[in-house]
Design a protein around this ligand. Structure first.
Ligand code: SPV
Ligand code: MG
Length: 539
């Protein structure tokens, strides 16, 4: 049912109804969720939430903008407190058109002069509008509406202004004659006597609406029995939120502890629920292309990296900063840029310092007496096979995303990148994982199916093909082979400290194949202090 029709039924049914104030999208949703069949977009509360006075300091378009959020957030009708209509008949015409465009069900205008102020601030001294001018405004509003059920409610301030009951009735009559759908009779008394008298004098000439803010002691049954159509609880969400916010601010300032308020404030999950986050999730699954994870990664980062001295006194090498970001952070960024988002890090030395958003960790508490294969097996125990490939790399090896792309494109169950520029490392005399392969690197090598033959420090120079770059891709189909090979290797206590080279050699000895992708550069490992400095230019 249209919101306008819902509101007209509220107003014209013989039942007494109450509607609640709201002043933004969230409070409007709260009012609806509580079961109120309609919402009062209070001028007092809308101006208060902007931090200005209820004296037309907020422009009508600012009010309109907030109304749009309120209307979008709710399904129940909204009655706008339209003050004096923000000008003359012409302004009201435009307002009605704009309200209808935003599915606002009704507007209430009061017979005061622009700029008005709140009725409870020296209400008696506020001049009333000329009655016939106000009647013209009502007619113009009714004339502007395109939906027959849109309502214009005329509010008379005659009682507030101290002009007496006869004047209130005279004005109410004229406004009804001009086309008002209902009369709002306002009073600033602390008892309901005035409005009850008006109600009984008025009879059933049109529905009567009240705002019992000041006569809050009057039982609601009295108002119901008197035959009012609608009572507006005009400012109660705003006033309750003020107390809550003031308390939280005071306690936080006094204690300096978030824990002092956590139990008295809404959980974040409630904020997300009120925002409708679930709906967005459902929509995303309908409308966004499905992101199929292609691979995940295990990063072996359990050892200290003692060669870095003081830098690893309180953290493992993987957490040493390069350009303000831990090495592990750079590694995670490279993986994520290749859509590898599921990253498991095996930590050991100073494990509590290994923290990074969005990664899982697995602990190797025996890191001092075990090696890479032991850590890898722990990681594999912690992750289920989910049908995606697996990358394995080290917490001290940086690489560019392109290396991952090469590995992903390569055929084979076990694929490793081998740097053809191995002589550089050999000349520097540094430790390197030299490998020999089934064919040397060549310009035609990309067509060849090159296989890993062996890794070891004992390979003669003329048999070397390159340097392993510290990365491995295992196809999802080969994960069981990887697990079984690790299990068999680690059955032998002598292999507790075995490294990845031992695994590659064993895979080949067992008759398996480890494929090789030749490439050059785009990676670096951090073994010594000067590597940390050099890594800055790697980024
Ligand atoms: C409002 O809520 O802004 C009203 C009602 O107009 S009152 O504050 O009682 O005037
Ligand atoms: Mg108001």
């Amino acid at each position: 049912m249209r919101k306008t029709t819902q509101f007209r039924q509220l107003l014209e049914s013989s039942d007494f109804e109450t509607i609640l104030e709201a002043h933004n999208g969230l409070s409007a949703r709260i009012a609806e969720e509580a079961g109120f069949p309609g919402i009062w977009a209070s001028g007092l509360c809308l101006s208060s939430q902007f931090g200005v006075r209820d004296s037309n300091e907020a422009s009508w378009t600012q009010v309109l903008e907030m109304l749009e959020f309120m209307s979008d957030a709710t399904t129940v009708p909204i009655l706008l407190d339209g003050d004096t209509g923000y000008g003359n008949f012409n302004n009201l015409r435009r307002l009605v058109t704009k309200l209808e465009q935003r599915h606002i069900a009704a507007v209430c205008i009061e017979d005061k002069l622009f700029p008005k102020t709140n009725s409870f601030l020296a209400g008696e001294t506020q001049p009333l509008a000329d009655m016939s001018e106000f009647c013209g405004k009502i007619k113009a509003g009714k004339d502007a509406q395109s939906d027959d059920d849109f309502c214009v409610i005329a509010r008379t301030e005659a009682l507030i202004a101290g002009r007496g009951m006869a004047e209130a009735l005279r004005r109410a009559d004229a406004y009804t004659e001009a086309g008002a759908d209902a009369i709002l009779i306002h009073s600033s008394r602390s008892t309901a006597d005035e409005v009850l008298e008006f109600r009984s004098e008025w009879g059933d000439r049109s529905p009567v609406v009240i705002v019992p803010t000041k006569y809050h002691g009057t039982p609601t049954e009295v108002l119901r029995d008197a035959g009012f159509s609608l009572a507006i609880w005009a400012n109660h969400l705003l006033r309750s939120s003020l107390l809550a916010m003031q308390r939280t601010a005071r306690v936080l300032k006094r204690t300096g502890q978030l824990s002092a308020v956590e139990k008295t404030i809404a959980p974040l999950s409630e904020v997300f629920r009120l925002q409708g986050v679930d709906e967005l999730k459902r929509a995303e699954s309908r409308f966004l292309p499905e992101v199929v994870p292609v691979a995940r990664a295990v990063v072996l980062a359990a050892s200290r990296g003692a060669a870095l001295g003081e830098l690893t006194a309180d953290r493992p090498k993987a957490m040493v900063a390069v350009e303000g970001e831990p090495i592990l952070g750079h590694i995670a960024t490279a993986y994520r840029s290749a859509q590898v988002k599921d990253i498991t890090v095996v930590r050991g030395y100073k494990k509590e310092s290994v923290e990074l958003g969005g990664i899982q960790t697995v602990d190797n508490d025996e890191y001092e007496t075990t090696g890479e294969l032991y850590s890898l097996r722990l990681a594999l125990e912690a992750i289920d096979d989910n049908g995606t490939d697996l990358f394995v790399s080290y917490g001290d090896v940086l690489f560019h995303r392109g290396v991952l792309d090469l590995l992903q494109r390569a055929e084979g169950d076990f694929v490793i990148p081998v740097d053809t520029n191995w002589r550089e490392s050999a000349n520097l005399g540094r430790y390197a994982d030299f490998v020999s392969c089934s064919a040397p690197p060549s310009r035609r090598g990309y067509k060849q199916n090159v296989e890993f033959v062996r890794m070891g420090v004992d390979i003669p120079q003329d048999e070397l093909s390159g340097e392993w770059m510290g990365l491995l891709r295992v196809s999802s189909a080969a994960l069981p082979v990887l697990r079984a090979t690790l299990d068999r290797l680690l059955e032998d206590p002598a292999q507790r400290e075995a490294d990845m080279g031992v695994l590659f050699n064993r895979l080949v000895e067992d008759g398996g194949t480890v494929n090789v992708v030749y490439t050059t550069g785009n990676w670096t490992d951090i073994d010594e202090l000067h590597d940390v400095v050099d890594a800055v230019s790697f980024q």
